[in-house]
Design a protein around this ligand. Sequence first.
Ligand code: ATP
Length: 409
Amino acid sequence: LRIECIAIGTELLTTTRVDTNSVWLAQRLADLGLAFHRKTAVGDSREDLRHLFLEALHRSEFIVCTGGLGPTFDDFTKEVLAEILGAPLEEDPTVRREIETFFKTLNRPMPLNNLKQALVPAGAMVLHNPVGTAPGLYWENPEDYPGRRIALLPGVPREMKHLWEYQVEPRLRELAGRPIHTLRMLVGSVGESALEERTTPLRQKHGRLDWTILASLGLVELIARSPEPAELDAARRDLEAELGADLIGVGSASLEETLLAKLAARGETLALAESMTGGLIASRLSAIPGASRAFLGGAVVYSPGAKTTLSDVDPALLHSAGTVSEACTRALAEGIRTKLGSTWALAVTGNAGPGEDPAGSAPVGTCHLAVSGPTGTRTQSHHFPGERAAVQARTASWALDFLRRTMLG
Ligand code: ATP
């Protein structure tokens, strides 16, 4: 099925607005095992839009457009398409009533130009919009373009999502035929290329599946799609055996969710002492609802003074080993664990750049991790490439994964 996306609006061609609608739609399609074969952003120009519609009707079977359904002079998506399809515009009494009710509910007078939104091209199906005023429109097999389907959706993301979810996606599902199932495996502390190489034989063995590898700052997702659940299951079993402790989990759960669930299930708790990541790990954990069942809290121990005061690190140790060091990180983890009385503690020091460490002991990209727990303290040191935010994000992921692995024993 050739599916095309057209995002309409001059603001999408400037720095004013990013076209997030097509990205959201692409994700929804991916969940159905489908994908756009083309997407375009076009400004509010009747001529440009007319050309684009003609091309799209020629090359795509399913066209989804967002934007330009509003009441103002620069909204003409529906008029341009109606002209191409030779469909006269007629007022739809139901849509008119819906728009009038919408304004009554808001207790605001209805501007007359809003009635433009009640005009419906002959032959189009109205996609009623309970969250705004612009209804969407849907055509199936228009007379001169058999086999084509076109959905016009409002540009406002909230309205677009609502109409897509409840009115367009069900129609697309029917067209797409057999549902596509997805197997997602999340892998930690392994590089993307290393994972690709290591899984090549198994991906070849299960070559009928549609494979993707996606890396994002310290974590890698291995995704397979197929209409056959049994084939996905066989691949899952093989990969679980191959990946062992590197596998964080199967399914949609994130590293943070997996870790917090494991801690909560064991009745254990976690404290943090973060220097280089500046609270990023705490932020990622606290973004998960229910994190408080296992996450006690922690300290951002950015300065030497904070390391001493908040995590009880001996100033003499800071002096002899340096603040960015394995010894300091170990002391931070042990100190915060004792202070908060947690089962586990995780500590991070490092140099995220861009400048060299003033003490000269840690090149840009260095990080030290320490996990302290019931059986003692373990440390790891790494060197990550990239700019500051990337080094911090990668360090946060590896730190959380180090704790997960340590908990496995
Ligand atoms: P309305 O009835 O509200 O006017 P509309 O269909 O005319 O809806 P637009 O006027 O094109 O839509 O856009 C409405 C709002 O939605 C604007 O703030 C616009 O920036 C935003 N928007 C439009 N298209 C997109 C897109 N592709 N991604 C993200 N935001 C978008």
